[in-house]
Design a protein. Structure first.
Length: 265
């Protein structure tokens, strides 16, 4: 009798535990604001189906957050033996110091740029082709303007940068990238990548670079690098289109060895 009673009590406790577990795993309303941040599997349901619907919903989803929703099933973004990233985003626009057309070893995954455009394209045929090839299309538009007590145009605000000319609204940047980043986290094969370079000359380019970044502390870093550029179709280097008169490019290749010592404050 005692054994039977104990068995009934244990069964009842188990059932009570199961009920609690079921309550904890109650379905999430995937259309609720910020739902993918609480349950990543809600992302597709939250975004919807149409291109514009997905584009707008993704902008709204990230609004007020420091980063996109985290996929718990995603592979690690850096090698296990690699040191932690020296900076965070925000406040910096990057976690590893950028080297132009080069790719950081050990911390790069293909299709890893957070792009609302790619999210909007994801369930289209074109988006599926890009995904299969680890390709991405992304960019940014940067407009600016100023109201100034100066009046000389151009250059009355000198030595300001984007505000060089007073009382003017302008498009500072309109950039579109089409790229494939190599997977430098894995170590079982040699991967490849491509990225457009912008020099003002219509030609195909090949870029090879090697850089090294050493942080003496979170505030002081040394960054030496060597980069080789090759224009395949037309001279693109050793010129200056901004000179008056303009100096046309005269070389198809350029080898640049450089170093930066950066002191944050």
């Amino acid at each position: 009798m005692l054994a039977a009673a104990a068995g009934v009590a244990a069964t009842g406790a188990t059932q009570a535990g199961d009920t609690s577990s079921q309550r904890q795993k109650a379905p999430v309303n995937c259309r609720a604001p910020d739902a993918p941040y609480r349950e990543y599997d809600c992302l597709e349901a939250y975004l919807g189906e149409g291109f514009l619907e997905r584009l707008i919903n993704y902008y709204w989803l990230e609004w007020g957050h420091e980063k996109p929703p985290t996929d718990p099933k995603a592979p690690s973004a850096r090698r296990a033996e690699w040191p932690d990233a020296p900076t965070t985003t925000p406040p910096y626009p990057f976690t590893e110091w950028p080297y132009g057309g080069t790719t950081a070893i050990g911390v790069t995954r293909p299709a890893s740029v957070d792009s609302p455009l790619m999210v909007a394209l994801a369930n289209t045929a074109f988006g599926q082709v890009l995904k299969a090839g680890n390709m991405q299309i992304y960019g940014w538009i940067n407009g600016g303007g100023n109201v100034s007590s100066n009046t000389v145009k151009p250059g009355g605000n000198w030595p300001a940068a984007y505000d060089f000319t007073p009382n003017r609204d302008q498009l500072d940047q309109a950039v579109v990238y089409f790229e494939r980043l190599p997977d430098t986290v894995q170590t079982d094969h040699v991967d490849w990548g491509l990225q457009g370079q912008k020099t003002g000359t219509k030609t195909r380019y090949v870029t090879m670079g090697l850089g090294w970044q050493h942080w003496f502390s979170p505030q002081v870093e040394l960054r030496p690098e060597v980069t080789y550029y090759r224009a395949l179709d037309a001279p693109a280097f050793n010129g200056n289109f901004n000179a008056n008169p303009a100096i046309p490019p005269s070389k198809k290749d350029a080898l640049i060895v450089a170093a930066d010592l950066i002191w944050h404050f």
